[in-house]
Design a protein around this ligand. Sequence first.
Ligand code: GDG
Length: 495
Amino acid sequence: MADSAGSSRPSSTFDFVIAANRLPVDRVVDEDGNVSWHRSPGGLVTAMESVMADRDGVWVGWSGEAGEAPEPFDEAGMRLHPVPLSEDEVQAYYEGFSNDTLWPVYHDVIVPAQFHRKWWNVYREVNERFARTLAEVAAEGATVWVHDYQLQLVPAFLRQLRPDVRIGWFDHIPFPPVELFAQIPWRAAILEGLLGADFLGFQRPGDAGNFLRACRHILGMTVKGDVIHVGKVTGGHDVRAACVPISVDFRSMDELARTPSVRARAREIRASLGDPSLLLLGIDRLDYTKGIRHRLKAYEELLKDGSLDGADTTFIQIATPSRERIDAYIDLREHVEGAVGRINGNYSAIGSPAMEYLHQAYGREELAALYLAADVMVVTPLRDGMNLVAKEYIACRHDNGGALLLSEFTGAAEELREAFLVNPHDIVGLKRAILDAAHASPQERSRRMKALRRRVRRNDVQHWAGAFLDALEAAPNKPVRPVRKPTRDHTHEEH
Ligand code: GDG
């Protein structure tokens, strides 16, 4: 840890800094009112832990609770530095601009995006606050890794405050085609915010390509290969934008799924559903991008036309609660729950449900048992940056069993070519693919699963983090002089 020089700095600064909207922990209050922090599940935390193991690292993010931020503390082997958000900021920056403006535009406008000047202004303010915090905790010449669409203005704000640090940004979600991105009234300011980074990582080559095209068409920048020359905007540095697909912690998922308790639980899950001959599984945040409605429509039609027997088939849909105050999510929940009720009412038998729908969150062990129990994993997003569920399913299938049905519109489909690939908009094709996956011979399933496991084992989350940091280290050049603030996009005055 490098000791701080200035009195306004915290007691220490760090060589490796992560910024994400959320800290990797959840606040838990027990019955006696004692507060503790539980590490959130997920590959990102594991990957960052392994990256931090031999570095001096800090994670900057929101604690998940509106109001004053707790003091920095240590958890999960790293220093955590909370950034405060007021209740109004949570609504405008997080639920509003991030999840009701950017999220729909970046996912092909599956639902209409809302554009509000107030949301944008708060988004800017919160991004600036993150950048100021990062500038305080980063040591001289530190590496700063910024995550995701909530923090797109951080790179340029930070570059202005701390030209000495190396800045990378990773986009966990798709980057949209310029025709859709251009709808955003503040499109130029967003691009300029990102261009404060040295390296920008994307899930698919197509996402990086969309970003490069947006720089050319909206900002009129010179792009050579995957490098953008940002002479005017940020003091003459080059920025590289390339694809570095995220993955899962293959080894730990594989190990977990091999434990006797998880295997026993997998058998128990099947038995508790009346030992159906076919068990289908979906695990998603309850989000309109995930294509849950499409998969239920296909499933219902298969039951209706007699291709599947509801008394001998169960579809488990885990729909983890998500963004529950946003209208599009409220509508989706109503639709899904209506469909589940109808399917069960029409096709279940006592003790053999046609659908098991759970609007709850589960622990890792339970998820691993579900993956191990399922004959067909149904992953049908209309658009998804990567989709880690697909890769987790593969990591858990050490028996080389099971079949993965995967939408072409996920980042994962670029790599996982041995899956049963589908276009979820094509309900006839989706029905056919469900039947193909369900009826594939054990030899065919095993052949496909072995190939998929080889790929995910090699390209795991540690590989991803290493590849990102290597690319950041090798990024074209460091800017040598301070740069100006990202401009306010004046188009917002008209909206
Ligand atoms: C974004 C991008 C990209 C789900 N329910 C529970 C639970 N989960 C875990 C899964 C998986 C993760 O949440 C979901 O990851 P996905 O990738 O499927 O989807 P998003 O949440 O939309 O993630 C996506 C990802 O970022 C990473 O870059 O792949 O495209 O949209 O790990 O297992 N975990 C636990 N209980 C649950 O009930 N413990």
